[in-house]
Design a binder for this molecule. Structure first.
Ligand code: KIV
Ligand code: ZN
Length: 525
């Protein structure tokens, strides 16, 4: 859906979870994971999905093209540097979308000009204009971003903005690339541009803020007050370094304080919590308990005086209803006697849409788990849905895993794996602990050696029969990979997560997608 530039009260929500969010270390996603997130963003009714950076790698190109071809509703956008190859690559990836957009950017601040680009002001301006005009030859929906705008001299910024508008840009985005701005000052950038750039009234102004000083949402709101009518944001605020403006926070701020801001968004806020859970599960980047809007404690009232007030009148201590963000008040416990119908009901209340085949697969896993675990909580059900396919894509699958461990001795792991092509292998290894032994045996069996960078275990719920979720981050050929899995046995979760990464590397060997992406991401050619 395209929102008109002149629609004064509507703030366009531009989601960049799949581009800026995915650039965060350890947040890279597989094609299936990106599709899952893109479907959730469509259900959330964001206006624009920035689906990736097609020139970064063949995998990125394929993901953007698949999203453009399959996700109906939002505008699908791809990012390009100011060069014809990148722009053409974006166009090839997004052209099949019902509403495509090309987003071109070049840095304009003095520090980027002198040290990164080594280009003069005039050269950058020329490159921006030529690139926007070239992009416009393919598509009538063009966004331009002067990277590091918040540290760019205002007069030069206005000159660039005026020139790209003349060249055909329909949205001009003002990034606070390094999260340096503060709200009053950031608002002044918008006020200055609105007062000094002829033609600015015909385009949509956008804000793109990073959270290095914890002010991404505040700066974006200041920009909206000053006239921005698009905000670029990510689910759970994931993104480079401290992340981007958090979508759920900006949307709920605009909704809760509508009389103050005088604007609205088209987001279905009841999908915020399920979407946040999907992104947390897919990226392994979990939200802190006290995270605004979607954190576990965001609606919990512990202090007696607050509980007393809440019982008298909810509004005493609650400015938003949990239902408004899609958080259901009941955490109904299911168990092994719960039937398919109760399971389906709960899955739907949690905001997941599964077809019959997916539901059956999840229900089978639910029944198996319910035999090992007394109470099944919402988080268990989410974990089943998000992990139902983990460990199944192959080529290697674990058939058997045996661990022996004790104090004062090395742990030993023996496992047998089978390969899609019919091969079977058995290997054993020793290690400082059961997890190290299992990883060693997996490396011996598959011939892939990984460098473990991070290992995290968290209980999906509480209780001594709780499932443990393991997330491993590893490096292989200078690329970072992440795998996660859940089980009531954490050594088993760890082994499945590690094998998940090995399998992903083996599957990628069949594609031409081995280039490290982050290295080329932001230098202009
Ligand atoms: O932070 C930034 O400047 C960006 C641009 C590419 C929009 O992500
Ligand atoms: Zn950014």
């Amino acid at each position: 859906m395209q929102v008109n530039a002149m629609d004064d009260n509507r703030v366009v929500i531009f989601d960049t979870t799949l581009r800026d969010g995915e650039q965060a270390p350890g947040c890279s996603m597989t094609l299936n994971e990106k599709l899952r997130v893109a479907s959730a963003l469509r259900d959330l009714r964001v206006d624009v999905i920035e689906a990736g950076f097609p020139a970064a790698s063949p995998g990125d190109f394929k993901a953007v093209r698949t999203i453009a071809r399959t996700i109906e509703g939002p505008t699908i956008c791809g990012l390009a540097r100011c060069n014809p190859q990148d722009i053409k690559r974006v166009w090839d990836a997004v052209k099949d979308a019902a509403s495509p957009r090309i987003h071109v950017f070049v840095a304009t601040s003095r520090i980027h000009r002198e040290h990164k680009l080594q280009m003069a002001k005039a050269e950058i301006l020329k490159s921006a204009v030529e690139s926007v005009a070239y992009a416009r030859s393919f598509c009538d929906n063009i966004e331009f971003s002067p990277e590091d705008a918040s540290r760019t001299e205002l007069e030069y910024l206005a000159e660039v903005v005026e020139a790209v508008i003349e060249a055909g840009a329909t949205t001009v985005n003002i990034p606070d690339t390094v999260g340096y701005a503060v709200p009053g000052e950031f608002a002044e950038v918008f006020e200055y541009l609105i007062a000094n750039v002829p033609g600015i009234e015909n385009i949509r102004l956008s804000a793109h803020c990073h959270d290095d000083l914890g002010m991404a949402v505040a700066n974006s709101l200041a920009a909206v007050r000053a006239g921005a009518r698009q905000v670029e944001c990510t689910i759970n605020g994931i993104g480079e370094r401290a992340g981007n403006c958090s979508l759920e926070e900006i949307v709920m701020a605009i909704k809760t304080r509508e009389e103050f801001f005088g604007v609205t968004t088209g987001v279905d806020t009841t999908r915020l919590y399920p979407t946040s859970r999907i992104v947390a599960n897919v990226t392994g980047m979990h939200t802190p308990r006290n995270k605004a809007i979607v954190g576990e404690n965001a609606f919990a009232h512990e202090a007696g005086i607050h509980q007393h007030g809440m019982l008298r009148h909810r509004a005493t201590y609650e400015i938003m209803q949990p239902e408004a963000v899609g958080l259901s008040r009941s955490n109904l416990v299911l168990g092994k006697h719960s039937g398919r119908h109760a399971f389906r009901d709960r899955v739907e209340q949690l905001g997941f849409h599964l077809d019959d085949i997916e539901l059956n697969r999840c229900f089978e896993k639910f029944k198996r788990l319910a035999d090992r675990k007394k109470h099944m909580y919402d988080r268990d059900i989410e974990a089943i849905i998000m992990n139902v396919d983990v460990g199944k894509a192959g080529p290697w699958v674990i058939d058997e895993l045996q661990i022996t461990a004790g104090t004062g001795t090395l742990a030993a792991a023996a496992l047998s794996l089978s390969h899609q092509d019919g091969r079977r292998t058995r290997k054993a290894a020793k290690g400082d602990g059961p997890v190290a032994a299992a990883f060693g045996a997996l490396e011996a069996a598959t011939g892939i050696e990984l460098e473990l960078k991070n290992f995290e275990v968290r209980g999906v719920t509480t209780g001594d029969d709780a499932q443990g979720e393991v997330t491993v981050t590893v490096e292989y050929n200078q690329q970072s990979f992440r795998g996660h899995a859940v089980s009531t046995d954490i050594v088993e979760s760890a082994a499945i997560a590690y094998l998940e990464v090995i399998n992903r590397i083996l599957r990628r060997r069949d594609t031409d997608d081995q280039r490290p992406r982050r290295a080329i991401a932001f230098g202009q050619p």
